[in-house]
Design a protein around this ligand. Structure first.
Ligand code: KIV
Length: 277
């Protein structure tokens, strides 16, 4: 039996009832199916796919076409989870019209339920315009990887009082602009807790402590499929890379030694038919 589709009202209800919201990234059909099967509330098709799937050095080069391609694969797999498509760098900053058009593509072409975009108070007018066009927006504050150069690198944000106040103000402005949720990346837990308690809408943390209304992690980090680096906030629940490498090596050896395939993996024909060849 199909599970019930997650809705905005149910996500808000979870915050109101003090229940945690679960979110994980997924970028393709098989991973999205697994995520949906365990009943994850939300699936983020993050632009982190640029690094963990496409091998870029950062999320900056990711294009709209790449995002739409992966979002389509995810939405074909998901029956219940709420799908958020991540707007890539420069798909929403150049003009409000471009932002609405690109946000619309995630909904119309890729069957996402909402979009996410990075940025603080400055992005509030863009959020407002997209929401007015009828598209739910999840905001993303704190460490915003698309503009990490402007932040002088991948650093925790809001560590001193002034910068913490700026994060609190951003969160308030984005809520006022109509965002239905705010992802907070790499913010001290105390600041994240202050923001969470001060907002009506849910917060989702990644490196923002345990007081957020929910948590998100990158799929490949959680299952040990991204070996280039592991941020401090990641908990690796299983390390699949060595297991997969072991299986691949075993296959290679068995082919080289003519151990695979056996009769079990081959197709036979009757001796009568064989004689006619
Ligand atoms: O792209 C992504 O995966 C993200 C999460 C880290 C929140 O934005």
């Amino acid at each position: 039996m199909d599970k019930k589709k997650m809705t905005l009202a149910e996500l808000q209800g979870k915050k109101d009832r003090g229940e945690k919201i679960t979110m994980i990234t997924a970028y393709d059909y098989p991973s999205a199916r697994l995520v949906d099967e365990v009943g994850m509330d939300m699936i983020l098709v993050g632009d982190s796919l640029g690094m963990v799937v496409l091998g870029y050095d950062s999320t900056v080069p990711v294009t709209m076409e790449e995002m739409i391609h992966h979002c389509k694969a995810v939405s074909r797999a998901v029956t219940a989870g709420f799908i958020v498509g991540d707007m890539p760098f420069l798909s929403y900053q150049a003009s409000v019209d471009r932002a609405i058009e690109n946000a619309g593509r995630f909904i119309k072409e890729a069957a996402c339920d909402a979009v996410k975009l990075e940025g603080g108070s400055d992005m509030a007018p863009v959020v407002e315009a997209i929401v007015k066009a009828g598209i739910p927006v999840c905001a993303h504050i704190g460490l915003t990887p698309q503009t990490a150069t402007m932040l002088s690198g991948f650093k925790v944000q809001g560590k001193n009082a002034e910068s913490a106040r700026a994060q609190v103000k951003s969160a308030k402005d984005l809520e006022e602009a109509g965002a239905f949720m705010i992802v907070m990346e790499c913010i001290p837990d105390l600041v994240a807790a202050r923001i969470t308690d001060g907002l009506r809408i849910p917060t989702i943390g990644i490196g923002a402590g345990n007081h957020c209304d929910g948590q998100v992690l990158v799929y490949h980090d959680l299952v040990g499929l991204f070996e280039r680096f592991t941020p401090k906030f990641v908990k690796q629940y299983v390390n699949l890379s060595p297991l997969i490498k072991e299986a691949l090596l075993q296959y290679k050896i068995e082919v080289e030694k003519s151990i695979f395939p056996t009769k079990e993996h081959a197709f036979s024909m009757t001796p009568e038919e064989a004689a006619k060849i």
